[in-house]
Write a protein that binds this ligand. Structure first.
Ligand SMILES: [Zn+2]
Length: 194
């Protein structure tokens, strides 16, 4: 799900003299969207696309929230499944009951979606993996499907050491992360996997 046009305040397009990390092309097309998010205020979404090979990278920054933060939402209703999620490249997503963990890494993507959209992403990743136990994979996919239809209650947690991720729901609990908790999070830099 792309953010609705009503929340986009401004879009700036330009061409940057930045080398494409995939093919070495000398420029990248840049698109900067200024968003006005309910409950959060301004966010800036930046997307770079290589005009030659199509390589794409994006990130999102929440202007008024820059402390380490955790949002927790008990997903119980179709409305909860529809809650909007902002995930920057430094955001860690956990759904403990579903055994899902999405951590920052060199290939991690920023997105603004809803919880259902995150589950769809997880399913498409699972579909693409070679799984030794086919039945186990099918059971997992079925479980995620039911979670997406709000037939299964689960907890959705997003943590971000830079405060650039959030769940946009009145029901979500927001807390500051302790320095110890921040230390245990991956931050999205390459070679920080330990
Ligand atoms: Zn390229």
């Amino acid at each position: 799900m792309k953010p609705e046009s009503s929340i986009i305040k401004e879009i700036r397009k330009s061409v940057l003299n930045t080398e494409c990390p995939a093919c070495g092309n000398e420029t990248m097309d840049s698109m900067v969207s200024i968003l006005d998010l309910p409950m959060l205020g301004e966010a800036v979404e930046t997307t770079l696309v290589c005009p030659k090979c199509g390589f794409k990278t994006s990130d999102v920054m929440i202007t008024e929230q820059n402390e380490p933060v955790r949002y927790t939402l008990k997903v119980e209703t179709p409305e909860d499944v529809n809650a909007r999620v902002v995930r920057s490249t430094s955001g860690t997503i956990r759904m403990p009951e579903l055994g899902i963990l999405i951590e920052p890494g060199p290939a991690s993507e920023a997105f603004i979606s809803n919880i259902e959209g995150v589950l769809v992403r997880v399913m498409s990743i699972l579909e693409g993996t070679e799984h030794e136990k086919k039945e186990e994979l099918e059971r997992k996919m079925d479980e995620i499907h039911r979670a997406g239809d709000a037939l299964l209650k689960f907890t959705f947690i997003i943590e971000d050491p830079f405060g650039n991720s959030a769940i946009l729901s009145e029901k979500a609990r927001k807390e500051a992360l302790s320095p110890e908790e921040v230390k245990q999070l991956r931050r999205g830099e390459p070679d920080m996997n330990i």
